[in-house]
Structure formats: structure tokens, C-alpha cells
Design a protein around this ligand. Structure first.
Ligand code: PLP
Length: 440
């Protein structure tokens, strides 16, 4: 069976009309995407307004982990919406059940959560919590980190996009390098499992920049927006130890790495991390807008009543979504599929990379992989100019992909975790035919 079927130019006639109309009313300020107007989607297959179908490697942006419009999720959100749409800070049955289920699904040391709506908000809440708990105000983040576009989250991050030309970042944010095995001019990924060179440097960074009021370290298990950069094995565990030895809270931003994406329910499981605070988003609602900050009772107890609150957080529809998503994870082998199919897709992509002179690196785990494009595989000069042609050519053949990267030169491979072997093979075939025909 063929899942992708594109019968019109992209955009098709109806799509072109609608995109024109869209930009007449909503500011055209989002990033570049294939010019496709989505009409509906199921599992891994998206249909546009011209009746074309595509295999999806985006999951929105790593959101629809359980597959687009999973019937169980749709039913749960529909049911809740007919009963109660919002009740602010008050209890509702959906919220209570979602909290119990989420805490039950988290590693044991995380026994409290609080619901919010976006990933940025969950990060802001995490940082506020860390500052209140420690009574300190500085945050250590990483070059290339992305934690959202609100001011605290953008300040903690280390990408220029959300910050440049917006005036000063929040005072008290310190950034250190994130070890990148593909680009490692200073040798931070080398030196054995203690990463002595890296952590000596990190101490120097803190000494040079901190006023002595460091509260927490915030880090992504892999850097998403800056190009799906995975640190060397063992580095995160060492970072956690380093933080705890210095009395710092360890905050893990699992907004995009959780809910099976890396082949485990939580990315923190790979190295048995025990973060003090975890930010969740995206996959937690798999399309229903919800996020959460998770920690333990002792940490949350530093807040007085009313210090954390949200207009929409914990609303019945979002909460029903949280529970339905966890039900789906309990009943379907999504995590195993992400791990196994992801592994074979990565192998196949690595084979394709040998045939494409510009595909410098294929990296990742589970259903989150990055394809980094370079002008030359030896000097690794980034080739962002190849990204739009790849996105467009893939869409023309029926595959939806998006881009990320510090240099804007990385294609995301992040399908919904329900992708099957036939869909994987068909979409890999499309990618291969695109990559063997691109040129600078
Ligand atoms: C790791 C990480 N943190 C936070 C965010 C921000 O989430 P949101 O866009 O829902 O505010 C993102 C979004 O891409 C993310 O990838």
C-alpha cells in the first residue's frame, strides 16, 4: 500500500488560495514549512486541502507522539469538552485523575506535578521553583539550548533566534558549552567517561560569571532546536553529579524528549538521571495543549499558596488528554516501536548518507534523529541553503519534514511513534530519492 500520494503541484490550487488568505490576516512570522495546508491527519498520514496525502516525519513539532488524532485521545477530549471546559484553579475530576496518573508514570523520585499549557510555561515554572527553593537567582544553561520563547526560558537558552534584538536577557543567566560529538573543536566529548576537560572548563565558566548565587542547572537531554545534538554517553549523569555536589538543583527540560520519543518513556531513563525538577510539554497531550512541571513534595513546599497558578492549566479537556495519552502508552507498544523502528531507520539513513555528499551526520535515537547537511564532509561547513530544497522536494513526493539547527542545516526525523515498517520504508525511499538528486 502506498501512503503518500501527491497529485497536484505543492501547494495545490486550494492550498495556494488559502495560504494567500492566511497571510492577509495572520502575521507571516513563523519559520519555513512546506507550503501545505493540512486538512486532517491520522496516525502518520496527513491529508491536505487538495486531497494529497503525505507521510509525516514532523509529529507537528514532536508533539503527536501517539499518532495524529488517536481515537482514544479524541474521544477523551470530546467527552470532557461536553461536560466542562474550564474552571481555573478549582479541582475537577479530570485534573485529579491526570495528576495521579502522571505521577504514577514518572520515576519514583518525582511525586508532584503542576499542570500548565505550553512548554515555555513549564520551563518558566521550573526556574521559578528552583529560585524559590534555593533562595538564589542565577541559572546555568547551555549554548545551543532551547527552552522556549518567553523571557526566562529564552534567557536560559543559548540560541540567538529567540533573543537577538530583544534587549538584555534576564540578569543571572550563565551559559556553558554543550558537548557536540559532531563539532568538538575543544575536545569536550573526549577524555574518558569523567569528561575532566569539560568539567574543569565548566568550573571556570562558573567562577568567571557567577556572583555566588547559582540556583540551578537547566539542560535538555539532547538539544532539540539547535539540531538534535546528543551529548556523549555519560555526560548528563556527570552533569547531574556536578550540580548536586555544588548544591545546585538539576532541572531537566523533557518538553520534547519525553513520552517515548527516544525509545524510553522518559529520556532521563537512559542514564538513570534523577533530576530535581522536570519540565514536560508536547507529547504529554499529543496535540491537546498541556504541559507540566514535575518535582517532589519537598521542593514544591517552598511555594506559598497562590504562587503557582494558571488560567488554563489543569482544565478538564487538557487533563482528559493527559490521561488518555497515558492509557495509550499503557496499551500500545509505542516505546518499543520507537526504539526498534527508529534503530532500523537510522541504519538506513546512515546508508543513504554514504550516497549523498552533503549529508554529514545522521544522529539520534528512537524516533528522533537529525540529518545535518554540510558543504563538505571534511570541513563540515554548514549547508543551510540545501534545507528548503530538501523540504520542498520531499513534500512534492509525499513526505513532510521540518528543519532545525544552530546553523539552520538540520532536517528533523521525528515521526509519530505509531509509524509502521511500510510507512518507514516508503518514506525512507522518498528521502533517498531526494538526497541522491540534490546539489549545491
Ligand atoms: C526542549 C524544549 N523546551 C521548551 C520548548 C517550548 O515549548 P512551547 O513551544 O510549547 O512553549 C520547546 C519547544 O520546541 C522545546 O523543544
Amino acid at each position: 500500500m502506498k501512503f503518500a500520494n501527491v497529485r497536484t503541484p505543492i501547494p495545490g490550487p486550494e492550498g495556494e488560495k488559502l495560504i494567500g488568505k492566511w497571510h492577509e490576516f495572520e502575521a507571516d512570522v513563523v519559520g519555513y514549512q512546506a507550503p501545505v495546508v493540512w486538512k486532517k491527519a491520522e496516525g502518520c498520514v496527513v491529508e491536505d486541502v487538495d486531497g494529497n496525502t503525505y507521510i509525516d516525519w514532523t509529529s507537528g513539532v514532536l508533539v503527536t507522539n501517539v499518532g495524529h488524532c488517536h481515537p482514544r485521545l479524541v474521544e477523551a477530549a470530546n467527552k470532557a469538552s461536553t461536560e466542562l471546559l474550564n474552571n481555573y484553579e478549582c479541582a475537577n475530576t479530570y485534573r485529579i485523575e491526570a495528576a495521579e496518573r502522571l505521577v504514577g508514570a514518572l520515576p519514583d523520585h518525582l511525586d508532584r506535578c503542576f499542570f500548565l499549557t505550553t512548554g515555555s510555561e513549564a520551563v518558566e515554572a521550573s526556574l521559578r521553583l528552583a529560585k524559590r527553593k534555593t533562595g538564589k537567582f542565577e541559572i546555568l544553561g547551555f549554548a545551543g539550548g532551547f527552552h522556549g520563547r518567553t523571557f526566562g526560558a529564552a534567557s536560559a537558552g543559548g540560541m540567538d533566534g529567540p533573543k537577538r534584538r530583544y534587549g538584555p536577557s534576564l540578569p543571572g543567566t550563565i551559559r556553558a558549552p554543550y558537548p557536540n560529538p559532531y563539532r568538538d573543536p575543544l575536545g569536550f566529548c573526549r577524555g574518558g567517561k569523567d569528561f575532566a576537560r569539560y568539567f574543569t572548563y565548566l568550573d571556570d565558566v562558573v567562577k568567571a560569571n557567577s556572583t555566588g548565587s547559582l540556583a540551578a542547572v537547566i539542560v535538555e537531554p539532547y538539544q532539540g532546536a539547535s539540531g538534535f545534538v546528543f551529548p556523549p554517553e555519560g555526560w548528563l549523569k556527570k552533569l547531574e553529579l556536578w550540580a548536586h555536589e555544588r548544591g545546585l538543583l538539576f532541572v531537566l527540560d523533557e518538553v520534547q524528549s519525553s513520552y517515548g520519543r527516544t525509545g524510553k518513556m522518559w529520556a532521563m531513563e537512559h542514564e538513570e538521571l534523577e533530576p530535581d525538577i522536570v519540565a514536560l510539554g508536547k507529547g504529554i497531550g499529543s496535540g491537546v495543549p498541556v504541559s507540566a512541571v514535575c518535582s517532589n513534595a519537598a521542593i514544591f513546599s517552598c511555594l506559598n499558596k497562590g504562587e503557582m497558578s494558571s488560567t488554563l492549566g489543569g482544565n478538564p479537556v487538557a487533563s482528559a488528554g493527559v490521561t488518555a495519552v497515558l492509557d495509550i502508552f499503557e496499551n500500545e507498544p509505542l516505546i518499543e516501536n520507537a526504539a526498534e523502528l527508529g534503530k532500523s531507520m537510522k541504519k538506513e539513513l546512515s546508508r543513504i548518507a554514504e550516497k549523498c555528499p552533503y549529508l554529514g551526520d545522521v544522529r539520534g535515537m528512537g524516533m528522533v534523529m537529525g540529518l545535518e547537511f554540510v558543504r563538505d564532509k571534511n570541513d563540515k561547513q554548514p549547508a543551510p541553503e540545501l534545507i528548503r530544497p530538501v523540504i520542498d522536494a520531499c513534500a512534492e513526493k509525499g513526505l513532510l519534514v521540518g528543519a532545525v539547527g544552530m546553523f539552520g542545516n538540520v532536517i528533523r526525523v521525528a515521526p509519530p511513534l505509531v509509524m509502521n515498517k511500510e510507512q518507514a520504508d516508503e518514506s525512507l525511499g522518498i528521502m533517498e530519492s531526494v538526497l541522491t538528486n540534490i546539489g549545491l
